[in-house]
Design a protein around this ligand. Structure first.
Ligand SMILES: [Fe+2]
Length: 394
């Protein structure tokens, strides 16, 4: 019966605080049980009315006076439902809703827009932006609560799918933990691949896919025996065939999850070669999916600069030389190698021993300083959306 209200008092967006070490998926922690409802309403009197309409059931109310406070609240909390005033300060309910529905992590978050007056045009715009309900105050408490609870049930069902995804990320993490020489290999890949995606001006959805691909690309190695995976010497033909099967096994493991569909090409094709000599399908040139070619750059560089029992870690200059040679031999996409070399100084200059200290926002803003070719300028809105989606995309 108890309800709890938590006003958000931050004065700046905390999106830059997102860091890759918090969780593989980069999602806010969820506490079990209570649903979290975010109320975005500037007027204290209206907030009171809304609380009264919600009545008494098990939920935690988070309050925000503006849409930037609401963005912060969504980034920091596992919100289950948003109630937003049509005229919410700064962005307004319709644009805020559109932004939530575009971001992969919040696309299924129910949004109720509440208007103080009947306005059919505003209602149509809100519904077109993805609003789940358009309600007119004064609210009819009984019907309102029924709608809220129906939406919370729907959200709980969606979250149970997300939980299955979390199991897979944990499984992928276990691959890394089996091999102590890898260190934070997946985090580094996730970060470098996302940096390349940003440099290429790819849409936020693709950047989120690259981040997730950094964690999941080698998940098929859970099915590779230790005797092959950790063999100190060269693999024989049979062992090599087993090792190569990690791409197809990984794809099979993740193929049953609709939410991982975008990552499957990365998992299957990250060992293809530009000249068709790679595996598993011998794809050539641009037949190899772009995101797989991007992740491959980070994967190859990281493998070259990491020590193994049978080889020392190459210096960055040596690794670049090897990658350039491989591009000349036809193994790598020359444009991707060039781009990777272009952005690499930012990783070397930042030299973060602990990659978790480097947020993706810092990454995005640092990128321009180190690139030889400046990227196309983005509008403030798209940059804001990009940052929001980076913070919530995994
Ligand atoms: Fe691999």
């Amino acid at each position: 019966m108890a309800t709890q209200s938590t006003p958000y008092c931050g004065d700046s967006l905390p999106l830059g605080d997102w860091n890759v070490s918090d969780s593989a998926a980069g999602k806010p922690e969820r506490s079990a049980g209570q649903a979290k409802i975010l109320l975005v309403e500037a007027s204290a009197a209206n907030r009171r009315k809304m609380r009264s309409a919600l009545g008494e059931f098990e939920y935690e109310l988070i309050e925000a006076g503006t849409t930037s406070e609401a963005v912060a609240a969504v980034s920091l909390n596992a919100v289950d439902l948003v109630l937003i005033d049509l005229l919410a300060p700064e962005m307004g309910a319709t644009e805020f809703c559109r932004m939530l529905k575009r971001a992969p992590a919040t696309q299924f978050l129910p949004v109720f827009v509440v208007a103080g007056f009947d306005d059919i045009e505003a209602e149509v715009r809100a519904i077109e932006a993805g609003a789940d309900e358009f309600l007119i105050a004064p609210l009819r408490p009984k019907a309102f609560r029924a709608r809220v609870q129906a939406s919370l049930r729907y959200k709980a069902m969606i979250d149970s799918l997300d939980d299955s995804e979390t199991v897979l990320f944990s499984l992928a993490q276990s691959v890394e933990e089996r091999d102590p020489t890898l260190g934070q290999h997946c985090q580094r890949l996730s970060l470098m691949a996302a940096a390349m995606g940003i440099a290429l001006n790819l849409p936020p959805q693709d950047i989120a896919t690259l981040q997730r691909g950094g964690y999941l690309h080698d998940i098929g190695k859970v099915a590779i025996p230790d005797s092959v995976l950790f063999k100190p010497g060269p693999l024989n033909e049979e062992e090599w065939a087993i090792m190569k099967s990690h791409t197809e096994k990984g794809e099979r493991i993740c193929s049953h999850m609709r939410t991982l569909t975008d990552i499957l090409p990365i998992i299957r094709h990250h060992h293809e070669r530009w000249d068709g000599s790679g595996y598993p399908d011998g794809l050539k040139g641009e037949e190899i999916p772009l995101l797989a070619r991007i992740l491959q750059m980070a994967d190859v560089y990281d493998a070259l600069t990491t020590a193994r029992c049978y080889k020392r870690a190459l210096l960055p200059e040596e690794a670049i030389e090897v990658m350039s040679d491989e591009a000349k031999r036809g193994w790598r996409d020359p444009n991707m190698v060039e781009l990777f070399i272009d952005i690499l100084p930012m990783f070397r200059t930042q030299a973060p021993a602990d990659f978790s200290r480097l947020s993706l926002n810092a990454l995005a803003s640092s990128l321009e300083k180190f690139r030889k070719q400046p990227a196309r300028s983005s509008s403030r809105t798209s940059l804001f959306e990009n940052q929001f989606q980076l913070a919530n995309g995994l």
